[in-house]
Design a protein around this ligand. Structure first.
Ligand SMILES: C[S@@+](CC[C@H](N)C(=O)[O-])C[C@H]1O[C@@H](n2cnc3c(N)ncnc32)[C@H](O)[C@@H]1O
Length: 315
């Protein structure tokens, strides 16, 4: 069996590292937003991927023309579909296509879905009822067809019942925690915690501040949360081992309090509260460089279609 993991653009290497380091399988190939791997552990425990599906077909020879999609329909006809989907389920198909083609995602979805009993099309923006989701990805001439492994997408976290504008996609927060090397023994701080996603994705002794912590309090248990300004944190000098931060970018979320003019007071305050060996993972829009820390690694990703960077920083 081979599994296909979907990721946020840019997180493919982080997902590969999670698969290897947690001994969940071995990676066969990587392409745009996609990792194909052979599982040896429970793939549904992956945190840095958006979703995991069982690869059921690979179809080569997909060019730019709509008639190429007949190859895809024919490949589905060759599958033992009833064994894959059982009886009585709703089925929907979600397609992603890399590169310019003379067909769109709905054409791809219908080419596959029209061969599946119980298929509900997404054409026209219709949201299909819950059921079994098939995934089709096309890059270059190779199409991959896969069927979701879990009941719901992996990026949907049960703990996240409350949200705030600009809240993080949980796999991005999980990637930040991995890149910062957060461990159970660490004191982990998010000074602008919003709905608490970074802390929800981290082990350790977790501490979150924000001008409003109601959403984080609804989402998290066993985490210290308090209303505080990130420019004046109620923490002792040198008391924090890891920082995960997604400060306000001034788009979806306007900075408030001591950060209204710029983020300099945040970096100053973080310098004060971290230990000498601390690591910081900060998600910032592309082009913004964090002050007062030394860059260890940059992971460019896309957030809501915009270029952003996870900066891994040390003191
Ligand atoms: C991009 S959001 C963080 C989202 C969060 N990572 C999540 O996953 O929900 C930025 C947060 O910074 C907070 N914020 C703005 N100014 C602040 C300040 N001076 N001190 C602390 N938090 C501040 C906002 O209230 C907002 O929750």
């Amino acid at each position: 069996m081979r599994l296909l993991a979907r990721t946020v653009r840019g997180l493919e290497p982080v997902a590969c590292a999670e698969i290897h380091e947690r001994q969940l399988g071995w990676v066969e190939s990587v392409r745009h937003r996609e990792v194909v791997f052979h599982p040896v552990g429970d793939a549904l425990t992956l945190r840095t991927v958006d979703d995991v599906a069982t690869l059921v077909a690979e179809v080569d020879g997909i060019g730019v023309s709509t008639s190429d999609l007949r190859r895809l329909s024919a490949a589905i006809d060759r599958l033992e579909v009833s064994e894959i989907i059982g009886h009585g389920s709703n089925v929907d198909v979600s397609a992603s296509v890399v590169g310019a083609r003379r067909f769109n995602r709905y054409d791809v979805e219908d080419a596959v879905g029209s061969r599946l009993p119980g298929y509900r099309s997404r054409r026209g923006g219709v949201r299909p009822p819950d059921g079994l989701t098939w995934r089709v990805t096309i890059e270059g001439s190779l199409a991959r067809v896969a069927v979701r492994l879990g009941r719901a997408p992996l990026h949907r976290r049960p703990y996240k019942v409350a949200s705030v504008p600009g809240t993080l996609h949980p796999p991005v927060a999980a990637a930040m925690a991995r890149l910062a090397g957060v461990a159970e023994r660490h004191v982990v701080l998010d000074p602008c915690c919003g709905a608490g996603t970074t802390l929800g994705e981290s082990p350790g002794l977790r501490v979150g501040f924000d001008l409003d912590v109601r959403a984080a309090a609804a989402n998290l248990r066993g985490v210290t949360l308090a209303v505080a300004d990130a420019s004046a944190l109620p923490l002792a000098d040198g008391s924090v081992d890891r920082v995960l931060v997604n400060p306000p970018w001034g788009r979806a979320v306007r900075p408030g309090g001591g950060l209204t003019a710029d983020l300099a007071p945040l970096w100053r305050e973080l310098r004060r509260v971290v230990t000498g060996e601390a690591v910081v993972a900060a998600l910032l829009p592309d082009g913004v460089t964090p002050a007062a820390f030394h860059a260890v690694r940059r992971v460019p990703i896309r957030v809501h279609g915009r270029p952003a960077v996870i900066h891994v920083l040390a003191g």
